[in-house]
Write a protein that binds this ligand. Structure first.
Ligand code: SF4
Length: 280
């Protein structure tokens, strides 16, 4: 198989998942997993993951004509929210066990009433997010997170352990790091990945359990690195312990693509983590 074919394979998987975003969620629902839909990025997804719930980012469907939403929602309201509502009213989110949203904007606040009244899901949680950074804001948000956790525990009828929470936080932080790396690939001129591919990756990843999303992102990342024509070599490294720069505390390997001339003198490679040890 050629490199181009490999790239085609992973991007085909991403494209399929991005076009059929509910496929994996419906499969998992059949296996007994609970699925919670969410709007916007301030929702504490780590708590849902720790409870073994799939957080499913609701995105509506811009290709689906709005045939229901304008009857219920002010036509001037946000098209994204209207698309989600339209889809929900037509059964597009019938696999959800609940939904959650932060108080992110006025449109969302008004929409919350319409959605709650018409899209009857068994579970719902509203998350108040502070809009300023005072010491009291952190205390307030801590309480909000505790209320959210309690509500999730009622949904699963079990307690969420600290260990599960820490594992979930690590997984979500890993995903944030992988996404930052994906955006880094947009920075060279020309970019190593185009904007529509990144959008497809985002649509796919936010429909999957976090660990599956991370595996997909790693596949995409390696694929982009391997298929970049100007990459002339690699450094492979593992950070073990805080003193060695480790920030995500589970075993993982860094594959660092290198280009001719990317440093003045590359001799010594990974010895450069201690600057005066490089170049022997
Ligand atoms: S108007 Fe509100 S709900 Fe719509 S996209 Fe903007 S932030 Fe999101």
């Amino acid at each position: 198989m050629t490199k181009q074919q490999q790239r085609g394979d992973i991007l085909a998987t991403v494209k399929e998942l991005s076009e059929n975003r509910d496929r994996r969620a419906r499969e998992l629902k059949k296996e007994g997993m609970k699925i919670v839909g969410y709007f916007h990025c301030f929702v504490p997804l780590e708590i849902l993951t720790a409870a073994d719930i799939l957080p499913y980012r609701m995105m509506g469907n811009p290709k689906e004509p709005l045939t229901v939403a304008n009857t219920y929602i002010d036509p001037a309201n946000c098209p994204y929210l209207k698309s989600c509502f339209d889809l929900a009213m037509k059964g597009g989110y019938d696999f959800l066990d609940g939904w959650t949203t932060p108080d992110s904007c006025d449109g969302m606040t008004n929409f919350d009433f319409v959605w709650s009244y018409n899209v009857r899901l068994p579970w719902r949680a509203w998350v108040n997010v502070p809009n300023c950074l005072y010491e009291e804001s952190f205390e307030f948000f801590k309480e909000e997170l505790a209320i959210f956790k309690l509500s999730v525990e009622k949904l699963i009828e079990a307690n969420i352990s600290d260990e599960d929470l820490h594992q979930a936080i690590d997984l979500h932080n890993e995903q944030r790091a992988l996404l930052r790396r994906l955006y880094d690939f947009r920075k060279p001129d020309p970019p190593l990945v185009d904007g529509s591919e990144v959008l497809q990756v985002m649509k796919a990843v936010t429909s999957l359990p976090i660990a599956e999303g991370n595996e997909l992102l790693k596949g995409v990342k390696e694929d982009i690195q391997i298929n970049s024509p100007d990459i002339a070599g690699f450094n492979i490294g593992i950070n073990v312990g805080k003193a060695a720069g480790q920030t995500i505390f589970h075993a993982h390997i860094h594959l660092i693509p290198r280009r001719d001339g990317d440093t003045l003198n590359p001799r010594g490679g990974v010895r450069g983590v201690i600057p005066n040890k490089m170049s022997y």
